[in-house]
Design a protein around this ligand. Structure first.
Ligand SMILES: *[C@@H]1O[C@H](CO)[C@@H](O)[C@H](O)[C@H]1NC(C)=O
Ligand SMILES: *[C@@H]1O[C@H](CO)[C@@H](O)[C@H](O)[C@H]1NC(C)=O
Ligand SMILES: *[C@@H]1O[C@H](CO)[C@@H](O)[C@H](O)[C@H]1NC(C)=O
Ligand SMILES: *[C@@H]1O[C@H](CO)[C@@H](O)[C@H](O)[C@H]1NC(C)=O
Ligand SMILES: *[C@@H]1O[C@H](CO)[C@@H](O)[C@H](O)[C@H]1NC(C)=O
Length: 314
């Protein structure tokens, strides 16, 4: 699997597993619909709330636009999609412009906390640009209510802050109730290069690849069947999930171009005996912050005859 990512925001990956290790209670697929839904939010760029202006809006929108529009969008999208998990993929706050980064983070994540939704976050390249280090920013996130974010795996030395995985179990009342069916990996891709001869953004380091490979191998060892959906993880990640589109109003965009977010839904298959089985398909689409929260660019990844297929729906 390809994990050579130079993309600045993140590495947020699905590793799919049909029959896995025992899991502790936590996130699970819905036992009526067989669905697990994630809303991905990138680049909130939160600063000081009401006092922070918006970038790239029309001149007549300037006086009424602030970080609070970002908050409104988050509430609207959550109410419209009713996700099982919200994932924030970096540049949650815009450090340079924040007076108090802790307050900014509390404001930025407030909708998921107020709605008591499970959520997870990683950092981008702007989160630490105030007086808090990347470690301190990530540490604060891990202490917030309802978050599943973690600083780093226990007992292994690893580069960065915010390398962890989240396992999602099978539905209540199903044979997979205590098994991990879907695995999400979060890796800190760093802020900027610390190597003098290389300019630009950071990247995934060897220690992180080693941890990722070790963890996913440990998980795979206990499976009797190899699941071909494993591969599409890299594909889905590299190609799709990094591009949620800009969410925040204090982030660059284009006037008249609605801010946007990505929704990802995984669906389980029904087995011959009518029970829920492993993941059968993943659907993903964008939602725009316009009057109708318009949906755009739907894609479906299907598991058919041990190959993944990608379908564009018109
Ligand atoms: C920001 O929110 C205010 C208050 O709801 C609204 O009037 C304004 O149109 C919004 N601005 C943008 C650019 O969406
Ligand atoms: C890591 O350690 C913390 C604190 O000791 C514990 O709460 C947590 O469950 C551990 N996580 C894992 C994945 O073992
Ligand atoms: C769904 O879960 C409930 C209990 O939470 C159980 O009674 C029901 O049988 C389950 N349905 C299916 C289809 O497994
Ligand atoms: C799942 O775990 C619970 C609690 O440990 C146990 O009571 C139950 O029998 C297990 N169910 C299955 C299908 O393994
Ligand atoms: C990833 O998806 C693209 C289509 O977007 C496809 O052409 C390519 O073969 C896929 N890669 C793998 C490793 O499956």
């Amino acid at each position: 699997m390809e994990i050579n990512l130079s993309n600045r925001t993140l590495f947020f990956c699905f590793l799919l597993i049909t029959t896995g290790m025992a899991t502790t209670a936590g996130l699970r697929f819905d036992n009526k619909s067989g669905e697990f839904k994630i809303v991905q939010v990138a680049d909130m760029h939160y600063a000081n709330g009401r006092w922070t202006g918006c970038l790239d809006v029309f001149p007549d929108q300037v006086s009424t636009c602030s970080d609070l529009n970002t908050t409104d969008f988050l509430y609207r999208i959550i109410r419209a999609e009713n996700p099982d998990l919200v994932v924030f993929t970096g540049d949650n706050i815009y450090g340079h412009d924040t007076i108090d980064p802790v307050k900014s983070m509390n404001m930025a994540f407030d909708p998921v906390v107020a709605l008591k939704l499970p959520w997870a976050a990683v950092l981008g390249n702007h989160d630490q640009e105030s007086y808090l280090s990347r470690e301190a920013v990530m540490r604060h996130i891990t202490t917030m209510p309802y978050t599943l974010s973690r600083l780093n795996p226990n007992g292994s030395k690893i580069d960065g802050y915010g390398n962890y995985n989240i396992e999602i179990s099978g539905p209540e009342g199903s044979p997979l109730v205590n098994k991990s069916v879907l695995n999400l990996y979060f890796l800190d891709s760093g802020d900027y290069s610390k190597v003098q001869s290389i300019h630009g953004y950071g990247w995934i380091k060897l220690s992180q690849q080693v941890w990722f490979q070790k963890t996913s191998l440990q998980l795979q060892k206990v499976y009797k069947r190899h699941d071909h959906l494993n591969d599409f993880c890299g594909n889905l990640t590299g190609i799709q999930l990094c591009y949620a589109g800009g969410f925040g109003y204090h982030a660059s965009g284009k006037a008249g171009w609605p801010r946007r977010t990505r929704v990802v839904s995984a669906f389980l298959e029904k087995t011959a005996d009518g029970q829920w089985g492993g993941v059968e398909s993943i659907k993903t689409w964008k939602r725009l912050d316009d009057q109708y929260l318009s949906a755009r660019d739907p894609l479906v990844y299907l598991k058919i005859h041990q190959h993944q297929h990608q379908h564009k729906i018109e």
